[in-house]
Every structure is written in structure tokens, then in C-alpha cells.
Design a protein around this ligand. Sequence first.
Ligand SMILES: NC(=O)c1ccc[n+]([C@@H]2O[C@H](COP(=O)([O-])OP(=O)(O)OC[C@H]3O[C@@H](n4cnc5c(N)ncnc54)[C@H](OP(=O)(O)O)[C@@H]3O)[C@@H](O)[C@H]2O)c1
Length: 308
Amino acid sequence: MSTRCKLNTGAEIPAIGFGTWQDESAQEDAVVEAIKAGYRHIDTARVYGTEKAVGQGVRKSGVPRKDIFITTKLWSNKHHPDDVAPALQQSLDDLGMDYVDLYLMHWPMAWKRGEDPFPKQNGKPVMEDIDFVDTYKAMEKLLQTGKVKAIGVSNFSKAEMERLVQNTSVVPAVHQLECHPWLQQHEFTAWHRVKGIHITHYSPFGNQNAMYSGKGGATKLIDEPLLAEIGKKYTKSAAQVALAWGVTQGHSVLPKSKTPSRIKGNFGGDFKLIPDDMKKIQTINRKIRFNDSSGTFGRDFFMDLEGK
Ligand SMILES: NC(=O)c1ccc[n+]([C@@H]2O[C@H](COP(=O)([O-])OP(=O)(O)OC[C@H]3O[C@@H](n4cnc5c(N)ncnc54)[C@H](OP(=O)(O)O)[C@@H]3O)[C@@H](O)[C@H]2O)c1
């Protein structure tokens, strides 16, 4: 049985999740392949346009819905408290499911209400003055409907997390954020541990996502010689060690791939590294953040965090 982590709701989240951002047309097959390989945790989002493919893939797999942990996310054009429940319903309709295991606020900022996911004027995003605290309070109400089993956030700074926790009544079950051996964020993740908030790593392979190609120079995180060296001892690849680095901390990780051999291989990242190897990996923290939408999303993010 693969590793599972306990959420503050009492539910369990499988440590290895499957990412579905990008390659929309490949995602239905990829999800089927992932479930066949053993994944029981799938991550999608309204804005990825992959909810239908995820739902189809889950049904095609033949594995009962209840055995799979499904996450989706509220996009920034639906932050008005009146829009939150209908936005969830749109996601559920596309997934073809009656509930999600986890519903996350994708980013801590609001854009103009409406159906346009990227509302722009003169090339700039049109912001809406909606406090993420109010959006989150509307998400809290979803818990009573049974349509979401847990709620959480993504891409919040430390100050934003503190304000959220101080002003709301349901402690987020999960914070999904960029984290990998080149952006380790130990202080920030320790803060979450104290608060009982589970951490999920997105982009666990750092700059492997083609959209991040400009940053970090020509080298790739998964080409780090130290990761390959450590892997030898466990007969694992550098990519699998990068995932195990998250799993060993009690976090979940979300590798994405449309390639069957990689989908299978990444599931083999579910193992624990010994403390000595974890210590060695601390030495390669380059503090590079690849997914920073500051500017293009109309405001600054991650201001008090590593990699800024
Ligand atoms: N909350 C957020 O704001 C947020 C932001 C980013 C991502 N996410 C979530 O996290 C997931 C993962 O992040 P990500 O997609 O940015 O990046 P990632 O999983 O770190 O990297 C994906 C890239 O790595 C390649 N790859 C996968 N396995 C590999 C392996 N074993 N060896 C070499 N290359 C490999 C994939 O190629 P192929 O597909 O061609 O095989 C793809 O190009 C997303 O899909 C999404 O679900 C969330």
C-alpha cells in the first residue's frame, strides 16, 4: 500500500498524487495510466481545463470513485462569495462527480467576476476588490453540503496564511505550493506543521515544466548529480529521489507526466530517504522559484518567502 498522510479532517491523502496541468488532450489516457500504475490521488483545477478528462479517466479506470482522492481548485474570476458554490458545481459537473476530496483556492487574488478566466483591459488583468478571507468563508460553507470533504489554499504567502487562519474558523487542510530540492522552504513548511496544515508540493521536478525553461539556467533540477548519487543506494532515479524528498517530510507530491513509462516510474518515488541523505539534499537548496506570476497576475506574490 502506498504512503498516505493524515489531514486535519481525519481523511488520508495519498503521498504520491498525479498532476494534470497542461497537455489537456492527453490527460484522459494519462489518468487511466496513472490509476493503473497505482496512483489514487489526482490533482486538477478549473483553469487547467482538465476536469472532464480527469472524470473520464477515473470512470474508465474501473477503480471506484471513492477509492481516489480528487482535488480541484477555485479560479480567480470566481472569488465573489456568491460565485463560489456555483463555481464548485461547474467543476463537479465537468468531473461528473458529486463531491471532491479537496477544494483549494488557487491563488490569493480576485479577478473580475464573470466567465472569462483571464479578464484583461489594455493587456492587464482586471482585478476585483474581494478579500480572500471572504472567499474562504464561502468555501467553509461548502463543507456542510458534502460536496467538498476538505478545503485549503494554494500559493499563499506567510502573511496571507497568518491573516487567513486568524480570521476564519476552518484551518485549511492543505496548502499546495511550489516545493522541490531547489526551493525547500523548511521554515515555511514547519509553520504549517505546527498549525496542522498538510503541505502538497507542486512542480516537484522544479524546472522540468517547459513553461519554466527560462529560469535556473540550462541545468535541470533532475540532473543534479547529488540526487542521482543518492538514488544509487536505493536503486532509484534522480527524479524519484526528488519525489521521495517530499514524501520523507510527510508531504504529498504531484508529479505530472503524459508519458506512460514516466507515469509508472514516478510512482516509484514513494519511499523514504534516511536522515543523512535528507541532510545532504539541504545543501543544494538554490532557492529558485519557477512559478511566480507576480506582475502578469496583476500583483505581487510570495513576498515573505524563499525564492523571492
Ligand atoms: N497550485 C498551483 O498553482 C500549481 C502550479 C503548478 C503545478 N500544479 C500542479 O502540480 C502538477 C505538477 O507540476 P508541474 O506540471 O509544474 O511540473 P512537474 O511535475 O514538476 O514536471 C512536469 C514535467 O516533467 C516531465 N517529467 C515527468 N516525469 C519525468 C521524469 N521522470 N523524468 C523527466 N521528466 C519528467 C513531464 O513531461 P511529460 O509530461 O512530457 O512526460 C513534464 O514536462 C501540475 O500538473 C498541477 O497539477 C499546481
